[in-house]
Design a protein around this ligand. Structure first.
Ligand code: SF4
Length: 506
């Protein structure tokens, strides 16, 4: 992870007094760095270039022609090099990445760009928002136990979040948020900011969970739990696995147990087994019986069979009951929800299960379970609140932007990627960071994350919500002090210029 700094090596200080000769003040965030010539500010996003405050990174524009065989212009060094003939309004989307921030927010956003799309005048308002209220939600496709719900998640020894409710085949972490950014020690805030920045920009971060595992998370990549890369997401819970594969086991084993940390399935008792006419086997399960053939809490959670702590699956069985169908020679197949673990047993004369080689037809069904597992991935969703002062950069009447978003008149994107806006008050959004151009996020040492956000609507709607109409510029007039970088749209992202509700196609 990169290190969050409050000032660069000799390059920046902070303060509100008049800067000395040769230094300038950056007013793009509350830190108010005073920056020497040739140096960058504390966030490395702004620099003093011969007395001019410049945004260091190129401003990113998405160009559809790059994905449709058009002329490729990967990088334009300076605005002056661009004659405006290459970028069509219908094929270019101005993102907020590298666009800059206007602090305090009563100033209009850095770019308010008009475009004509299919005869409709559209406008996109872009800004790099400073988010003190932000975090990431992490979905980790694994059954392996990461830690108890509510357990503290740490990076570099600092608490940066917690384990939250598990989902179907995945475990969830909630990281960041204003409490860790601002409510703890200075180091906790910095480490939290650092981890959020790295995760949002697609870098791997090692996390340690109190009372649980370590996990390396990288958006779009397999999680690594306690040093072992996860490969498969479970096919379903134990009961669902019984439902999916019951017919394929018919005639191959007298009994099947699908071991799962949450719901372990038993074929002969399960409704699927009943409908297939599978007789009782006298099996006795440990754990709490929920409904027929479905058992909770058969073992402790762990990194063994089906997300339990089991190395020996027989540990969840009691003695077989001869009065309820158990007999010598009865066959038992036990398998995990990923097909990763499987074993075959035959009851001896004392009705004890004795392990034998798995018959090929049963092994084939275990492989079928594995085949039906999806690759295990880590998913990182950035979540931020844009319902505050950021809105003043869009309109003099901020609540109208909120209303416009809620009425689906205004589309919210982050670096051109579609954002999900939560119902209810404010503009609280989530975005999949893998759908955004690389390195779209920055930080300021307040600490807070800097994330691109764009609001796109018709020009008429923009005017109606009290937009800064005197700052609307055509794309060809939208100059930047720094270079521009053209990137191809990310596959599957709807084109941001579509009319809201149209699915994104112009
Ligand atoms: S931290 Fe960055 S944005 Fe904030 S004042 Fe310093 S250089 Fe400007």
């Amino acid at each position: 992870m990169s290190v969050v700094a409050t000032e660069t090596a000799g390059g920046a200080g902070t303060g509100t007094g008049a800067p000395e000769a040769g230094k300038i003040r950056c007013d793009a965030c509350p830190v108010m760095c005073i920056i020497k010539d040739g140096m960058t500010g504390a966030c490395d996003r702004y620099a003093n270039a011969a007395g001019e405050l410049i945004r260091v990174d190129p401003h990113v524009l998405i160009d559809r022609t790059l994905s449709t065989g058009g002329e490729v212009v990967p990088f334009l060094e300076r605005e002056a090099d661009w004659d405006g003939r290459i970028l069509g309004e219908a094929t270019t989307f101005v993102t907020a990445i590298g666009a800059g921030t206007t602090y305090p927010d009563y100033k209009p956003a850095p770019f308010i760009v008009a475009s004509e799309i299919d005869g409709v005048d559209m406008v996109t308002v872009v800004t790099e928002g400073i988010f003190s209220y932000c975090g990431v939600k992490v979905k980790i496709d694994t059954d392996r136990w990461l830690g108890p719900e509510q357990a503290v998640v740490r990076a570099d020894g600092e608490a940066i979040g917690h384990v939250t409710t598990g989902e179907y085949g995945s475990q969830m972490l909630s990281l960041g948020g204003v409490h860790h950014l601002t409510g703890g020690s200075k180091r906790e805030g910095k480490v939290t900011c650092d981890a959020l920045l790295a995760l949002s920009n697609g870098f791997a971060v090692e996390l340690a969970i109190d009372g649980g595992s370590t996990v390396i998370v990288e958006a779009g990549k397999a999680p690594i739990v306690n040093g072992v890369p996860e490969t498969r997401m479970r096919v379903g819970c134990g009961s669902a696995t019984i439902g999916m594969f019951a017919k394929q086991w018919l005639g191959l084993a007298d009994e099947v147990v699908v071991v799962d940390d949450h719901i372990t399935g038993v074929l002969s008792e399960h409704q699927a087994g009943k409908l297939l006419g599978i007789p009782d086997t006298g099996i006795r399960m440990k754990g709490r019986r929920s409904t027929p053939g479905r058992y909770f809490q058969v073992a402790e959670p762990g990194t063994g069979w089906g997300g339990t702590n089991l190395a020996d699956p027989l540990a969840i069985l009691g003695a077989f009951d001869p009065k309820k169908g158990a007999r010598p020679g009865l066959t038992l197949f036990m398998v995990s929800t990923t097909g990763e673990h499987a074993a075959y047993f035959v009851l001896d004369e004392a009705l004890r299960p004795v392990e034998q080689a798995i018959p090929a037809p049963l092994a084939a069904v275990a492989e079928r379970i594995a085949e039906n597992c999806e690759p295990a991935l880590s998913t990182v969703l950035f979540m931020g609140g844009a319902g505050g002062s950021l809105r003043s950069g869009v309109t003099e009447n901020p609540v109208r932007l909120t209303h416009s978003v809620k009425q689906a008149l205004t589309r919210v994107t982050c670096g051109g990627a579609p954002a999900y806006v939560w119902p209810g008050g404010g503009i609280t959004f989530m975005v999949d960071v893998t759908r955004m151009p690389s390195n779209a996020f920055g930080y300021v040492p307040t600490p807070a994350l800097v994330a691109p956000i764009e609001f796109t609507m018709t020009l008429a709607d923009y005017e109606a919500l009290g937009g800064h109409m005197d700052h609307v510029r055509r794309l060809s007039q939208a100059g930047t002090p720094q270079g521009r970088r053209l990137v191809a749209p990310i596959a599957d992202n709807p084109w941001p210029f579509g009319q809201p509700g149209s699915g994104g196609t112009p």
